[in-house]
Design a protein around this ligand. Structure first.
Ligand code: BG6
Length: 510
């Protein structure tokens, strides 16, 4: 099989002009749990990147709320240390830290020490915030979401006025199953209006995830093909090489299904399968996403494979199995891998399987959506029977490579007619020269300007949980866990899931 790489840099239209977004509004960005890892690794670097892109107002400030006995100066110092590591470009060149920008941001950082459940903490915050716009970011363990929002309500901090908005950003996990997600939504909505709640899914901050909609709905030639008449099946893969890292305590009670499927994987599926919204207005987009998730047929146990990694090797380095990881029960039945076959009951997708899989300690880090088109109907070319024609696949690469690849057949040069598979590739980084980004910049900026399109509404969250609830219901039985070697393609049972339908997964590793 011959392979040709056609680069998109043979330019048709130079679309690399700068979009100049407007500066965000003045206000205070309050981070509950601001002394933690998320703030150091992602939030502060993202705010720094927004500052350096000129998108923060000169009256923008940050208040960190946490229980640690530290000062604002200590925090500024530790944020600066982690910024040095994390403010790097997406390309090859590291971006150096601009001291003047950092100093301006650093001087705006204040600290409130206190418990998240103590009214005194909220009194202190009220004093500092006054009548300003305010975003409350809950970078805390999920058990604090409800209590913090209750306290914001009781202290009057959640109350908006014509002069000042009050918004709350909530990290995942949003519930641990359908029932708890519903209870949490009800609790938040007792204090806040839906329009004040920004439920974050960091996958939606990824350019390439946002690009799925742009690709589908701003090009005339994809949509007519994007249906059951032309598409055989779709594979969605979110594979990681990392193991459980230092999160055993969290992961043991969470597992791959809860950690990845109702949120990240369902977002990828919804973006791929939703109908065109009537506009790019937040509610129009979120309506369509919810509709398609609601159309997913109740998943059957024989269409689910749960796996757990055993010892193996990643990039040539030996790694232990999940049960040997520090903090993990040596008899743990927590899954680190899940594959599912999902069917969508609507006119566009009836009969087209969506195979999704996600797991840790797999052969490569790779998130991609593979749209497999139906084969040509008959063998026009004598020497290449139809069952040997290269399948037409459109690959949407989400990470680490970002771009789109089209695989199709072409005539191999020569006097006889033989066909070979070729690939045409668009590489995001080759075409667009992007600035440094953690993936959180868009999300934080959108919240500042009040655009909720990339955030999940209550019904989106519940629709995601509704898909996985039947799987969670069946998980109590210890049986049904398939093991796979760390560094492999996943459990054999996942291959069997597709083999049953005479299909196979695209390879994760090279
Ligand atoms: C998080 C999960 O939400 O997403 C992690 O809790 C997972 O377990 C991570 O590793 C994957 O995100 P990314 O952006 O690294 O692909």
């Amino acid at each position: 099989m011959e392979s040709i790489v056609a680069s998109a840099s043979s330019q048709i239209d130079d679309t690399r002009h700068e979009n100049m977004p407007r500066r965000g509004p003045p206000g205070v960005f309050v981070i509950f749990g601001g002394g933690g890892d998320l703030t150091h690794r992602l939030l502060v670097p993202a705010l720094y990147n927004l500052a350096s892109a000129g998108l923060l107002d000169s009256h923008f400030s940050i208040i960190v709320v946490d229980r640690a006995d530290v000062t604002a100066t200590d925090l500024r110092h530790s944020f600066h240390e982690s910024l040095k590591n994390f403010v790097t470009s997406r390309g090859t060149e590291a971006v150096s830290l601009h001291d003047d920008i950092w100093q301006r941001l650093a001087t705006s950082i204040d600290y409130v020490r206190g418990s998240f459940e103590d009214t005194a903490t909220y009194d202190a915050l009220s004093q500092k915030i006054g009548n300003q716009n305010c975003i409350f970011y809950l970078a805390v363990a999920a058990r604090f979401f409800g209590p913090i929002v209750d306290q914001l309500g009781a202290s009057g901090l959640a109350k908006e006025s014509t002069k000042a908005f009050r918004r709350v950003i909530i990290e995942k996990p949003f519930g641990s199953d359908l029932a708890s997600a519903i209870v949490l939504n009800e609790r938040l909505l007792r204090t806040l209006d839906e329009s004040q709640i920004y439920r974050i899914d960091h996958y939606l901050g990824k350019e390439t995830v946002q690009n799925i909609l742009a690709l589908r709905f701003s090009n005339g030639f994809f949509e007519p093909l994007w249906n059951r008449d032309n598409i055989d099946h779709i594979q969605i893969t979110a594979a990681e090489t990392v193991g459980v890292e230092q999160r055993a305590r969290f992961y043991e009670s969470t597992g791959a299904v809860r950690d990845m499927v109702p949120n990240h994987v369902m977002q990828l599926l919804a973006m791929t399968a939703m109908e065109a919204p009537i506009s790019f207005d937040a509610d129009a987009v979120r309506d369509e996403k919810t509709k398609v998730l609601k159309a997913i047929h109740t998943v059957q146990s024989h269409d689910v494979v749960r796996g757990q990694y055993t010892a193996g090797s990643i990039k040539g380095q030996p790694v232990v199995g999940y049960r040997e990881e520090p903090g993990v029960d040596p008899h743990s039945h927590t899954e680190t891998y899940v594959a599912m076959k999902l069917m969508i009951d609507n006119w566009r997708w009836a009969g087209v399987p969506f195979y999704v899989r996600t797991g840790k300690r797999l052969a490569a880090r790779k998130t991609e959506i593979a749209v497999h088109f139906k084969s040509a109907p008959y063998a026009l070319f004598r020497d290449t029977p139809v069952d040997r024609l290269t399948p037409n696949i459109m690959l949407l690469h989400i990470q680490p490579t970002e771009g789109v690849t089209l695989q199709f057949s072409a005539k191999i040069p020569g006097p006889t007619v033989h066909l070979g598979g070729v690939r045409m590739k668009f590489d995001y980084s080759e075409w667009f020269h992007e600035g440094p980004s953690t993936g959180y910049e868009t999300l934080l900026y959108d919240c500042m300007i009040g655009d909720a399109t990339l955030f999940q509404r209550a019904d989106n969250i519940e629709a995601g949980w509704r898909v996985v609830q039947p799987v969670l219901d069946q998980m109590h039985a210890p049986a049904g866990l398939d093991f796979y070697t760390a560094g492999s393609e996943g459990p054999k049972a996942a291959d069997d899931l597709l083999a049953r339908d005479h299909r196979h997964w695209l390879k994760i590793g090279s």
